[in-house]
Design a binder for this molecule. Structure first.
Ligand code: SF4
Length: 124
């Protein structure tokens, strides 16, 4: 049975969030003949490994969470900005109200990002 290992360059967090590994296992399981049966984070800093069992229930749960999250994202019309160290790499700084930019929703319709009007129907 295939095993998934995700290498991390940082230290092991106090609590392991398996969400990322479950989603990776879901994608790999859909692309392989045999589903992923175990998944691990290998932390290179402390050289430790955390491993979990990946059952069909886990894969079903990951699929459900993925679909729910995608549905919520597509339903949202506005996204609250969360400034942080990542702002230095952001292409949206000029229109980010949290960084002093102009709210695109208050400008002319032509000036609004098409992303705001993206709906499920557009994805078909
Ligand atoms: S500049 Fe605004 S949109 Fe970009 S990462 Fe920072 S808070 Fe988010």
């Amino acid at each position: 049975m295939p095993r998934l290992v995700d290498y991390k360059t940082g230290n092991k967090p106090p609590e392991t969030d398996w969400t990322q590994l479950y989603l990776q296992a879901l994608v790999l399981s859909c692309r392989q003949l045999a589903p992923v049966s175990r998944a691990s984070f290998l932390y290179l800093g402390p050289s430790t490994m955390e491993t979990t069992t990946v059952s069909q229930d886990v894969l079903d749960g990951a699929m459900w969470e993925l679909l729910n999250t995608a549905h919520k994202i597509l339903q949202e019309r506005k996204y609250r900005a969360t400034p942080g160290t990542w702002c230095g790499y952001c292409d949206f700084t000029p229109i980010c109200t949290a960084r002093g930019g102009e709210d695109p929703a208050s400008s002319t319709p032509e000036g609004q990002l098409k992303l705001w009007d993206y709906t499920l129907e557009d994805a078909d």
